[in-house]
Design a protein around this ligand. Structure first.
Ligand code: PRP
Length: 182
């Protein structure tokens, strides 16, 4: 392993500039859609921290931010869709406009569970914004209002996304070199 994480990348999928540009476009859409509404951003730890930080700061309005941590049980790398709350929100969602902020939707199981859970708490609305979405997620019954990029079914790291807790701090998003696995 190199100390410099980007040397472990096989390919850069999105540069920092491309990510920031796309987030700005998403922010413009969100600004329009939530005109006159007070927004609560809900980040899903840990992957969403970078998206949350950049999206929240690009919004030219007051927002609140809260966080959830969830863990999905499954065999190996396959998620079972059974989700456990490790850290719940501090905020009462009653009558709130909630926007869930995610780094990636992979199978869609986490978000499909989460949106049902949050909608049961009496909010005015619940929508999802994710920077990345994999094709498989589109087959799940989960409506995602704001998507940064649809990406191929490859293992990606950077900008909040990890492999064994590493690479979250890379400014770009890329695929890992095979030498990292072996
Ligand atoms: C990632 C991501 C989503 C979830 C999506 O989190 O942040 O929460 O997986 O996967 P799914 O669509 O297949 O359910 P992860 O469990 O890797 O935790 P992390 O955010 O702490 O890295």
């Amino acid at each position: 392993m190199h100390v410099e994480g980007d040397l472990d990348l096989d390919q850069t999928l999105y540069t920092e500039e491309q990510i920031v540009t796309r987030l700005k476009e998403m922010e413009t859409q969100i600004q329009t859609d939530y005109e006159g509404k007070y927004l609560l951003l809900v980040g899903v730890l840990k992957g969403a921290v970078m998206v949350m930080a950049d999206l929240a700061r690009s919004l030219d309005r007051h927002v609140e931010m809260d966080w959830m941590a969830v863990s999905s049980y499954g065999s190996g790398t396959q998620s079972s869709g059974v989700v456990r709350i490790l850290k719940d929100l501090d905020t009462d969602l009653n009558d709130r406009h909630v926007l869930i902020v995610e780094d990636i939707i992979d199978t869609g199981l986490t978000l499909s569970w989460l949106i049902t859970n949050l909608r049961s708490r009496g909010p005015a609305s619940v929508e999802i914004a994710t920077l990345l979405r994999k094709p498989e997620a589109q087959r799940m019954d989960v409506e995602v209002k704001y998507v940064g990029f649809d990406i191929p079914n490859a293992f990606v790291v950077g900008y909040g996304l990890d492999y064994n807790e590493r690479y979250r701090n890379l400014r770009c998003i890329g695929t890992l070199s095979p030498h990292v696995y072996s």
